[in-house]
Structure formats: C-alpha cells, structure tokens
Design a protein around this ligand. Sequence first.
Ligand code: 5GP
Ligand code: ZN
Length: 111
Amino acid sequence: MNCIFCGIADGSVKSQLIYEDEDVVAFKDLNPQAPTHLLIIPRKHIARLSEADEKDVLLLGKILLVAQKLARKFDLKDFRLITNNGKGAGQSVDHLHFHLMAGRRFLWPAG
Ligand code: 5GP
Ligand code: ZN
C-alpha cells in the first residue's frame, strides 16, 4: 500500500510535525485553507471514518483529545474540526484525518 499519511506517520515522508504520540500524529496541511490548518491522524491506517470499528473506540476518542490539546496549545478559542468521508464529501487522501482549522471566520452550513 502506498499511503502518503502512513509515510508521514512513520517519518519516511517529510512534514511539519506538530504533535506525535504512540497512536496519533498531527502536522501542518501542505495547502492550508486557514491561518491554522493542521491534520490529525491515527498512525493506524484506517481509510476513512466509515471504516473504523469498535476496536478503534479509544483511538477515535484520543484523536478528539489531541485536537483539544492542540487548540489549547495554540490558544484557539474558536476552531473547526472536520473529517471528509468519501470523495463526494471532499476526501482526497484515503487515510483517516481530521482537519483542525482556525484563524478566520467559517461559513455554516459548510460549503
Ligand atoms: P481531504 O481532502 O482528504 O479531506 O484532505 C487532505 C488534505 O491533505 C488536504 O488539505 C491536502 O492539502 C493535504 N495533503 C495532501 N498531501 C499532503 C502531504 O503530502 N503533506 C501534507 N502535510 N498535507 C497533505
Ligand atoms: Zn495510511
């Protein structure tokens, strides 16, 4: 399997790492859409949220807490946390990731 985000997680693909632990990695988006735009991923390859299962419950919870930790660290009061599930929803990389975005106003409903 040739997965760019698995490569970032194992260090074989360069990125601007912001956070890592044994299960979760966060790095700057290559093409930021907001002043702060980070991607938070599990090290484990899960293609998208719809492919996670009960075994991943702790991992999924941990990702949310990493998002909270990073929001605190960067003093983000208002932020958006998004996962695009499937091509039609805008997913372009098939490794589960959450966009943590802040620093501008966001539209609602999301475009
Ligand atoms: P998606 O469209 O799948 O929700 O989001 C994928 C995101 O990954 C995009 O915002 C894109 O800019 C980012 N991205 C794609 N390839 C790379 C890469 O090699 N490095 C980094 N840091 N971000 C990437
Ligand atoms: Zn992967």
